[in-house]
Design a protein around this ligand. Structure first.
Ligand SMILES: [Fe+2]
Ligand SMILES: [Fe+2]
Length: 164
């Protein structure tokens, strides 16, 4: 069951809300791809999703994951390791997709599988990790500003073509 950000307590609401918004954004893009008819639309969706996923993984790996690992390693270490491996699989597919265009062999399949991996990963984060963050009452408020800043930088760098 997907987490509803409006139910998160104040100490978690800002950060979890930001991550959940990202999750819903990319899930909507994967859904939209299924009914996309022409190559221009497919390309636009894939570019948008790859960029959003790259920035999202970056803010999690730079701020959110290390913070949880430090706050409560017994609870989070294993799920954070798994999350990192899943981010790695997504990054591999994103790197492949960036070198492709609609109509190429396996283009649709790679994006579809990226969507399946992503949905699985999102479910694990929200159902296991985020729910534990709430039940353990981990105060995330200090992460909010740095996460927003990293996201802004990542999107700008990607748009400028400085990042893969
Ligand atoms: Fe996430
Ligand atoms: Fe993630």
């Amino acid at each position: 069951m997907a987490m509803n950000k409006t139910h998160a307590p104040a100490a978690q609401k800002g950060v979890l809300g930001m991550l959940i918004d990202d999750h819903r954004e990319v899930q909507a893009l994967f859904k939209e791809f299924k009914s996309a008819k022409d190559d221009a639309k497919k390309n636009e969706i894939v570019q948008h999703a790859c960029m959003a996923l790259t920035a999202h993984a970056e803010i999690e790996e730079k701020h959110f994951y290390p913070f949880l690992r430090k706050a409560d390693p017994d609870t989070f270490a294993d799920m954070l390791d798994e999350g990192k491996v899943e981010h790695g699989s997504a990054k591999d597919l994103i790197a492949l997709l960036k070198g492709m265009k609609p109509g190429d062999d396996l283009y649709d399949a790679r994006f579809t599988v990226l969507g399946e991996f992503t949905n699985h990963h999102i479910t694990e984060e929200e159902d296991e990790m985020f729910s534990k963050v709430v039940s353990k009452d981990i105060d995330l408020r200090e992460l909010e500003a740095p996460m927003l800043e990293t996201k802004k930088q990542s999107m700008a760098a990607q748009k400028a073509g400085k990042k893969p």
